[in-house]
Write a protein that binds this ligand. Structure first.
Ligand code: G3I
Length: 377
């Protein structure tokens, strides 16, 4: 090889090497190592992340997290869009990604009142199905999906968001067709389909006392029926002033007393001005965009980065303190740019709820979280 070619090739190799190893996401301490004495730590990932395994989102996931949750591809509407059709490819890709990288794979979600085609609940004449007919559909769906990933998915969000904030069950089509024991039936069918899989009930705002009491009752009811239930997922779509430390600790203690785990399944922390006084995560609720609701379209000021970091530190300190009960913390997304909170409850905002920014850089909140892991050792 001529000396002249060397002059081109060597710098090119150095630049390529640096592009890989000097990217910002390769410099931080590794979250999964720091949190290994406490709990699993992970992220929900979209199909784009899985499809682009060499991309920068995947690089963050593979470096920092030891568990992944399917953000969308395992929901009924995605995997079972019409009664006759299953679409498995994206979920297969997600599971293969997790397996390739030895990650704990979480399935989200088998039964939800959202993202389920209303046609699933009616007969050819559009009449609501009978209890028996709907139970047969529920069993078929769960058996097919859980059965396909048997031995690969470690745990399932079996039922998602069945409770109202006040405590009673939502009057969903599940209740209208099957009745209130649709939850118990879903747990029963999931266990039959994969006896080794962990089974969770998942919901938002479980720190609120009425909802906390309701979920405690729900778990007791499942236990009294002799059903397998391994944990309660508190989603963790949290804000600057909710949950209160007192309510979060009361929830952790109450679930711990039932002998099951707590999973923080969908954590993000919203620093944008509240669009309303609602604190949940009901995706059907919406607010119109107004300028004052989107105060940081060009970047989060340093002062607010610090406020967010302090709030993350506060929340993670509580989770680390209760790590005997908390088994996993999953962030709901990878970077701020793809968080669902850019479009909910107001479409088109610039939100900052995660640990990595739009340039894939770790935010001050990341360092704050790192510090809580170290302090908790
Ligand atoms: O897949 C279609 C795509 O084909 C189409 O081109 C595009 C156009 O809008 O829409 C795509 O579907 C969207 C999907 O996300 C994938 O991006 C849906 O419209 C959109 O409604 C869906 O939003 C998801 C939402 O759940 C509803 O399923 C969010 O990404 C996801 O973060 C959010 O997650 C929920 C949890 O499952 C339960 N707890 C609350 C949490 C936040 O809402």
């Amino acid at each position: 090889m001529s000396a002249r070619r060397h002059t081109y090739i060597l710098p090119a190799i150095v630049i390529a090497f640096c592009a890989i190893t000097c990217a910002p996401e390769h410099k931080e301490p590794v979250l999964k190592d720091l949190f290994s004495p406490h709990f699993l730590i992970g992220a929900a990932i979209a199909d784009d992340v899985v499809m682009n395994e060499q991309g920068r989102d995947a690089a963050i996931v593979l470096r920092h997290y030891n568990t992944v949750t399917a953000e969308n591809v395992m929901k009924w509407a995605s995997i079972h869009p019409s009664w006759e059709t299953y679409v498995f490819e994206p979920a297969d890709r997600f599971v293969a990604f997790g397996q390739r990288h030895n990650m704990v794979i979480i399935g989200h979600t088998l039964v939800w009142h959202n993202q389920t085609d209303n046609a699933a609940f009616v007969d050819a004449q559009g009449k609501l199905l009978s209890r028996d007919a709907m139970l047969a559909r529920l069993k078929e769906h769960i058996t097919t999906v859980v059965g396909r990933y048997k031995g690969k998915v470690k745990g399932w969000d079996v039922v998602n968001e069945a409770l109202t904030d006040e405590g009673p069950l939502r009057a969903s089509l599940w209740v209208q067709t099957i009745g209130e024991d649709f939850i118990a039936k879903a747990f029963e069918f999931a266990h039959e389909a994969d006896p080794d899989a962990e089974l969770y009930y998942n919901d938002f705002s479980l720190d609120k006392p009425a909802k906390r009491d309701a979920v405690v009752q729900l778990v007791k009811d499942l236990q009294a029926r002799g059903l397998r239930v391994d944990g309660v997922g508190i989603q963790g779509h949290w804000g600057m002033d909710y949950p209160t430390t007192e309510n979060l600790e009361a929830f952790l203690t109450a679930i711990g007393a039932l002998g099951v785990k707590v999973l923080v399944t969908e954590m993000d922390v919203d620093i944008l001005p509240p669009a309303w006084d609602y604190q949940g995560a009901d995706i059907n609720a919406r607010v119109e965009l107004r300028e004052e609701l989107n105060p940081y379209p060009d970047g989060l000021p340093d002062t607010m980065q610090t406020v967010l970091a302090n709030r993350y530190a506060e929340l993670f300190s509580i989770l680390v303190k209760h790590s005997r009960i908390v088994d996993r913390v999953t962030l709901w997304g990878v970077t701020d740019s793809t968080s669902w909170l850019n479009d909910w409850p107001v479409r088109g905002r610039t939100s900052y709820p995660l640990l990595f920014d739009r340039e894939y850089k770790a935010k001050p909140a990341f360092q704050a979280v790192v510090n809580t892991a170290r302090a908790g050792r």
